[in-house]
Design a protein around this ligand. Sequence first.
Ligand code: FES
Ligand SMILES: [Fe+2]
Length: 445
Amino acid sequence: MTRTGPGTPLGQLMRAYWQPVALVSEMSGERPVKAIRIMSEDLVLFRRDDDAAGAEEAAGTGGWGLVGRYCAHRGVDLSFGRREGRGLRCLYHGWLYGPDGRCLEQPAEPEHSNFAAKVRIPSYPCVERNGIVFAYLGTGDPPPFPAYDCFRAPEEYTFAFKGWWECNWLQGVEGGIDPSHVSFLHRFVGEDPREVYGQQFSEEVEGTGQKLSELVGASFRPDIEVESAEHGLRVFALRDLTEDVRHVRITNLVFPNAFVVPFGNGKAFCQWHVPIDDENHYWFMILYDFEEVTDKDTLLAQRLAEVSLPDYRPLRNRTNDWGFDPAEQRELTYTGMGLDINVHDQWAVESMGPVQDRTVERLGVSDRAVTANRRLLLKAITSFESGHPVPGLPLDAREAEELTGPLAIDTVTPADGWEEAWRLRESERRARSPWAGREVPRAQR
Ligand code: FES
Ligand SMILES: [Fe+2]
């Protein structure tokens, strides 16, 4: 469940899905060429120089090329290559590669040689969606994109970012689908001093007069229910605030390596945990707002304050004890590691070590989502190997259209009839949204 290198059972399953490889914003500088390591494969992502490319050259790929990192000639690193209209040129002897990995020129070879036509380096198709470049590293044709909200939202209602975590991808995903930890890890013991915008647990939960961090901190033993869904798993965290009032928080596992969680009242985000190798990974996020255009500049400034470029490594990390401050732990935050909840989540999963030793853990009832996910993952690895369908992987356009939502909401409902109440609240939100449409998607009914 943790190993994703080429040829591994999980690696093959994960390569069957479109995976995020870069932010569009990190590829928009003067020289959009970047070394990418994903699932232990070394690649180079580049955007062809469209000014130099003819129209017919640019067709089909959106100008993105994701190719093997090392030149087929004598192994030089292509991430330093020269970007041209037709592709990327190796610095050593000038071999030129197109976005499809074909060698187009070998200027030092005899003029009438057809050697170039016999040379091809690995290449993978790329598609840009809402601020992220996705790549398909699997075999055969790529699947269609599901109709998830994060892909359907107009770009101006979204915000994309990423960050490097020093641990196996599964630890990241298991943190995201674990509704129990939010009552502890993200709690404030003092007063949260921040402005609200962009701060997930600091918004007031409608109808309670309480911030989410207060509400979940006070009600720390939620009922956790898990059901299977077309996209993976739907996880309910149910907290009884009084005898008649229930807080319902719905999060989702989006199989195999993403989750969708509510973010404040009118927003949600999808977050992928993409292996760099087995001991490091990137999280990639698309935040989407159902009601308002996002303030990208503010969100970007908040996020950039926490990382160092160009690798998006968090400033708080193992080398500095994640900025742990005992006075802060006493007086302000549960962790003593600052106000950014992303750092709390990062610390939790990095502190386990590069690959958590799951042979010695002790899972309880509150870990239901984690155990359900592991069962699903093991089953899917076997299903995929024997050619059977797996969750969240559409076989055709019709199936892709049915992969919608996933519905992720944080709301307060009457204790009686909460199942209908949250769906009603969610469909009201869609009806108000300029883009999310008026119907609760059929597949979710
Ligand atoms: S090593 Fe790349 S052209 Fe020779
Ligand atoms: Fe968290």
